[in-house]
Design a protein around this ligand. Structure first.
Ligand SMILES: *Cc1c(COP(=O)(O)O)cnc(C)c1O
Length: 456
């Protein structure tokens, strides 16, 4: 059946079109780090889908009725009710963005010697666990590490490994089981309801709190309706509620499926744990009825949480990702399969086979997208995940060399995606022309945000 488009894009902003010489000057100035590039010199920005989407007219209208009271404002109650419509947890703690929820929860739950176990920790999640002295341990399922496999739920946690960890010698040190839905660190792949239920059952049996890192809870829910037997007739909202019912709590970056520009929430069933979290929210974020968000932010995400489970919106996200993947394939560039919702992941290791991991092929492709087309993207490979020696040379490469093309929500249309496809096609015609890189500066933690490189 033919489906008309789900939205009318009604606000327009001209995009920058820097010349090749301007782009080269800019990327050199940025130390070949995409995070350091001036956005005014970026034509199509696929660096992140976090807080980069367009607001709907209903969100902008909601922002107009913001109540900026310090405590107990009307906007807080509207936010609270909107979150509570999705999650069955009594304790709703607002924070300014997702990573603040991590810091608060880990501050209350983890500490030196403790372990957080996940399908894959997101980068700031890992950093926040390590900053309180805990270990972040990833247990992705075997299919998740196979870039080419077409399994529907490659985001799942390895249940056997989880059981072994919890009943093994380290079991008493595990303070948290955290499932990231969708699994952003591993190709944006979804987690099935069956896997969420089974992981929760194992965690509960061992008395360990079980939380969801649910930045993309709606996109995960949509892929469950599309791929998991038994849920084709469920609405994405029904599946989203089911996801949360299966857990003891969640942390959500509302810059993704909250459709906001700022905001986050930490929610849980356990009142005693919430009582330990509250002072951390007040001291680090703000009072318990705003948590670092303005009334305007609270209104925008309260409305965003109602819009995000719309099947038209979610179907459009899936179509955009599938189109971008198809354009990459037509250019001869492989991607992590199957394509998900918020991003596609290009297999740079295969495309740039002349570059060994030490010359960072994923990073090289990300830089080349900017040099050739003003397109900004992020590497997910040895620059992000590899181990370095003291001379900043790569000691242990990452298991894959990928580039993530994240698709901001409700921002770009097919014309932009086809332009990206054309630039990729241009690069893939002569991949051996793409230069490699070496690191000249790299901090020990969250290296990819602050590092600098040069041609090598
Ligand atoms: C974005 C994200 C976070 C952190 O949220 P911020 O709002 O960027 O601080 C945590 N986990 C996942 C899976 C995310 O995608």
């Amino acid at each position: 059946m033919l489906q008309p488009p789900a939205v009318l894009a009604a606000t327009v902003r001209p995009l920058p079109a820097p010349s090749a010489a301007e782009r080269e000057e800019e990327i050199v100035r940025a130390g070949f780090n995409p995070f350091k590039i001036d956005a005014r010199k970026v034509s199509v920005d696929l660096l992140s889908d976090s807080g980069t989407g367009a607001l709907s007219s209903a969100q902008q209208a909601a922002a107009q009725q913001a109540d900026e009271s310090y405590a107990g404002g009307a906007s807080w109650y509207r936010f609270h009710d909107s979150v509570r419509d999705l999650v069955p947890y009594r304790n709703i703690l607002p924070v300014h963005q997702g990573r603040a929820a991590e810091r608060v929860l880990f501050g209350a739950l983890l500490g030196p010697g403790k372990i957080s176990v996940s399908n894959t920790h997101f980068d700031t999640t890992r950093a926040n666990a390590e900053m309180v002295g805990a270990e972040a341990r990833d247990l992705p399922c075997a299919a998740g590490i196979d870039v080419d496999g077409d399994e529907p739920f490659k985001g799942d946690i390895d249940l056997d490994a989880l059981e072994r960890t919890l009943s093994g010698p380290d079991g008493h040190r595990v303070g948290l089981v955290l499932l990231t839905i969708t699994n952003n660190g591993l190709g944006g792949q979804p987690v099935s309801l069956a896997n969420i239920a089974a992981a929760g059952e194992i965690a509960r049996r061992h008395g360990v709190p079980f939380f969801l890192d649910a930045a993309r809870f709606a996109e995960n829910a949509w892929l469950i309706t599309r791929r998991e037997p038994g849920y084709a007739d469920w609405s994405p909202r029904e599946v989203a509620r089911r996801e949360f019912e299966l857990a003891d709590g969640c942390l959500i970056s509302l810059k993704k499926d909250g459709l906001g520009h700022a905001g986050g929430v930490l929610a849980m069933r356990d009142d005693a744990l919430a009582d330990r979290c509250k002072p951390l929210v007040i001291a680090g974020e703000g009072y318990l009825t705003y948590g670092g968000m303005s009334g305007r932010d609270l209104e925008v995400v309260a409305q965003g949480l109602r819009e995000v489970t719309d099947p038209g919106h979610l179907a459009g996200r899936e179509r955009d990702a599938a189109l971008l993947a198809e354009l990459a394939h037509q250019a001869g560039v492989r991607t992590v399969r199957p394509s998900g919702m918020h991003a596609i992941y290009l297999d740079a290791g295969r495309l740039l086979a002349h570059l060994p991991p030490e010359r960072f092929p994923g990073h090289a492709l990300a830089c080349e997208l900017y040099r050739r087309g003003g397109i900004r993207a992020a590497e997910l490979g040895s620059l992000y995940l590899g181990e370095l020696d003291e001379q900043l040379r790569l000691r242990t490469p990452a298991p894959f060399e990928l580039v993530r093309l994240a698709i901001p929500r409700r921002s770009y249309d097919e014309t932009h995606l086809r332009y990206v496809g054309a630039v990729l096609d241009d690069i893939a015609k002569e991949p051996e022309q793409v230069p490699g890189y070496r690191l000249t500066h790299a901090p020990p933690l969250l290296r990819h945000f602050e590092c600098r490189l040069e041609y090598a």
